[in-house]
Design a protein around this ligand. Structure first.
Ligand SMILES: Nc1ncnc2c1ncn2[C@@H]1O[C@H](COP(=O)(O)OP(=O)(O)OP(=O)(O)O)[C@@H](O)[C@H]1O
Ligand SMILES: [Mg+2]
Length: 405
């Protein structure tokens, strides 16, 4: 089994997927723009061979170089788990006549307007939305959709350039803020709680499913620096209020023609109990969500994904043992971390339920909290009871404080 894996070096968890591929017996041919001599030491044992390209985002160039590099090598799979590269992987598959999702199918997971059109065409509940490429179109869409509404990039990530517009007079300000975005989606603002629906699929059918709760919703977490965003995987997925979300998720996978691999969907649960589609990618969630899923069932989805992507088989347990909360911290002040308060007492309280503590230490330069949810580090805590997992997570959110400057 020969597998081409795009960008085994970035983001850092791609090293884990590369490990997974090697562990299930694949020969991994990595392609990235990292210089060969700068490849992480822990990655090297899992790579069979490596091609450094000048620009990994230059699709035509990567296709040409990869084709030349692997001429005569019988490749079985071309895979990518990082959102910006899923179309490139599909284009290479098409060029080489290989199994896997076509570029058109993958576009349905990448283009937010196309995805909503396809999901809506399947009769599923999707926010009203319009694709807009000019201010005039945004104004027209706003008149048609009404307020509150959301303006966000068609090819967005990390809630960047995403704005809630409460009323008509706020629109002018937001128009200025999104002027640099070529294509935006203008859509109905959906009120309610927000969740993920994550899967590892074989032929579009989930072999593994997960739900995690965003506390608060990502748009709020990204608009207020003082918030410590909390995300908790839900142990009890059989609870009735989540059923509409799971049904929606499964039907979205069918509507979009999902094949093999990870999916990461976001959906809203309205106060009336209705599930509304948010967005979906045909790749795993980032920001340690896969680690959280692994802690939820004591399994290794990096390897299980690899088994699915190569041999189309999933062997891990799907039993859910814990609710797993991750808490991202953001320091007060600028520059380097100077001190941490409340960590010792929180660790004593959490005891063995704390499974990871990776807060930035004094001296470390702060990350840009707007550009990455990872912020200034995190703790992960788990518990079989939802209330206790929730309580310990929020004790970390409010009780641990980092200072910088
Ligand atoms: N129609 C909507 N109604 C209510 N909230 C919305 C809507 N669209 C987006 N949001 C909010 O904005 C956030 C970011 O939007 P979306 O998920 O579409 O973009 P993204 O940049 O790809 O997100 P990320 O990479 O953070 O998952 C959502 O998680 C949600 O909190
Ligand atoms: Mg999103």
């Amino acid at each position: 089994m020969r597998v081409v894996f795009l960008a085994p070096t970035f983001p850092p968890e791609m090293i884990q997927y590369t490990r997974g591929l090697a562990e299930v017996g694949a020969k991994v041919y990595g392609i990235a723009d990292t210089p060969r001599e700068a490849l992480p030491r822990e990655l090297k044992p899992y790579l069979h061979d490596y091609l450094q390209v000048p620009r990994i985002m230059d699709e035509d160039d990567v296709i040409a170089r990869a084709t030349g590099w692997l001429r005569g090598v019988p490749v079985d799979r071309v895979l990518a788990n990082w959102e910006p590269l899923v179309i490139l992987a599909a284009r290479i598959r098409e060029r080489w006549g290989m199994p896997g999702m076509s570029a058109d199918v993958v576009r349905g997971f990448r283009d937010k307007q196309l995805m909503k059109e396809r999901v809506r065409a399947a009769g599923l509940r999707v926010p009203k939305s319009r694709r807009c490429t000019s201010e005039r179109q945004i104004r027209e869409a706003a008149d048609e959709i009404g307020y509150p509404l959301v303006v966000k990039p068609i090819a967005g990530a990390g809630s960047a350039d995403t704005y809630r517009v409460g009323e008509a007079r706020e629109l002018e300000r937001v128009l200025g803020l999104v002027r640099h975005v070529a294509e935006v989606s203008c859509e109905e603002y959906v009120t309610g709680e927000e969740f993920t629906f994550d899967t590892v699929c074989i032929g579009g059918k989930p072999a593994y499913e997960n739900i995690a709760a965003y506390l608060p919703k990502p748009l709020e977490a990204r608009s207020n620096e003082w918030i410590s965003p909390v995300i908790i995987t839900v142990r009890d997925m059989a609870q009735p209020r989540l059923r509409p979300g799971i049904e929606l998720g499964r039907r979205v996978l069918t509507a979009l023609g999902m094949g093999d691999g990870f999916t990461h969907m976001e959906w809203f649960l309205t106060p009336k109990g209705e599930a509304v589609f948010g967005e979906i990618g045909c790749r795993p969630g980032g920001a340690h969500l896969v680690d959280q899923m692994n802690y939820t069932g004591d399994i290794d989805l990096f390897r299980e994904w690899a088994r699915v992507a190569t041999w189309r088989s999933f062997e891990a347990s799907t039993e859910r043992k814990y609710n797993v909360g991750i808490v991202f911290k953001r320091a007060f002040g600028q520059g380097r971390i100077s001190r941490i308060e409340g960590l010792g007492s929180w660790l004593r309280e959490a005891g063995d339920w704390c499974v990871e503590e990776r807060l930035f230490r004094p001296g470390t330069r702060r990350r840009n909290w707007k550009s990455t949810l990872l912020s200034d580090g995190h703790v992960i805590v788990r518990h079989p009871d939802w209330d206790e997992a929730h309580r310990l997570s929020f004790r970390a959110a409010t009780g641990i404080r980092l200072f910088a400057g």
